[in-house]
Design a protein around this ligand. Structure first.
Ligand SMILES: [Zn+2]
Length: 306
């Protein structure tokens, strides 16, 4: 088993970069440190770093939604991203409202501040909380080290889940960060229902346990991270791995790579090193949003682009 060699070489938490043992304040520090390069390219009228942390987080969650839509992890109006408001029992969650044009066109205004139980004074009759908000509230409540949650319905993860094809580390240097998510078996929540209540979300949280990803069979996926960037890129990498596993499964059993080859990526998967990698990859996606006309840069009249 993959877990065997892993246990002998490094702790899994260290290898997959989750930092689950970190203190509750880690997410807050990372939220400010990781995106500094991206913010260096932010439009001039965006809040300066540290000026309004909540406004920065709203923008980042909106960017995450746009990126996930751009790469096909979410489609149309389904899926949402949240970020913990540091030091509180509140989150910033992608909601729907009168300015709803789908995830690809998410504006910071659609990222509303809610308590973990979904109550909010910020909805103002204009926004509605997604039915599956308990995924976010209960995950953030259960895991103080988690700073962001992605819930999405990615097509390849859906297919693999329904077909019972496990997401395994079938490749190596092609994308070490992706296989880092699958060195241990990825938990699968077996029911395809909407996670519409705290009780159902608690079931998902229990299945997910200490892992950073959980497949919802016949439904989608839940992905966590210390930061919005980390959760976003993990979702993208997991879908990339699922695409490969899905295609490979058409040609026979999934290959098993030698344990020593997989172990060779341990240094790359060190959480701090991976955070630097994430910083660069996040910049790439933000730049690509701009290139594809999906960026958040305000237009000449000051309105966010749609
Ligand atoms: Zn869903």
């Amino acid at each position: 088993m993959f877990a065997n060699w892993l246990t002998q070489t490094l702790s899994r938490r260290r290898l997959v970069g989750m930092g689950l043992g970190a203190a509750g304040g880690t997410a807050w520090i990372a939220l400010h440190d990781a995106p500094r390069l991206a913010m260096a390219h932010a439009p001039a009228d965006w809040p300066a770093r540290g000026e309004d942390p909540v406004a920065e987080l709203r923008q980042k969650v909106a960017l995450s939604c746009r990126i996930l839509a751009m790469v096909g992890i979410v489609g149309e109006i389904n899926g949402h991203v949240s970020a913990r408001v540091p030091g509180s029992e509140e989150m910033l969650l992608r909601c729907r409202g009168g300015d709803e044009y789908g995830l690809a066109y998410t504006t910071p205004a659609a990222i509303r501040r809610l308590r973990f139980d979904g109550r909010s004074e910020e909805l103002a009759g204009q926004y509605e909380v997604p039915i599956e908000f308990p995924i976010h509230g209960e995950t953030l409540r259960a895991h103080p080290e988690v700073g962001a949650v992605v819930h999405a319905h990615p097509p390849a993860i859906l297919l693999c889940g329904l077909a019972g094809i496990p997401l395994r580390p079938v490749f190596g240097a092609y994308d070490p960060a992706a296989i880092g998510l699958a060195l241990d078996a990825i938990p699968v929540y077996p029911r395809s229902v909407l996670i519409s209540s705290p009780a159902l979300a608690a079931e998902v949280v229990a299945v997910m346990a200490q892992r950073e990803v959980c497949i919802l069979r016949g439904h989608g996926v839940v992905v966590t991270g210390r930061t919005v960037e980390e959760a976003t890129l993990r979702a993208i990498r997991l879908e990339s791995l699922a695409r490969v596993c899905w295609e490979l499964a058409r040609h026979g059993p999934l290959p098993t790579l030698p344990a020593e080859e997989l172990a060779s990526f341990a240094a790359l998967l060190d959480p701090q090193r991976l955070a630097r990698t994430d910083e660069y990859v996040w910049r790439y996606y933000v730049q690509r949003l701009e290139a594809e006309g999906l960026g958040l840069a305000p237009s000449a009249d000051g309105a966010a682009r749609r």
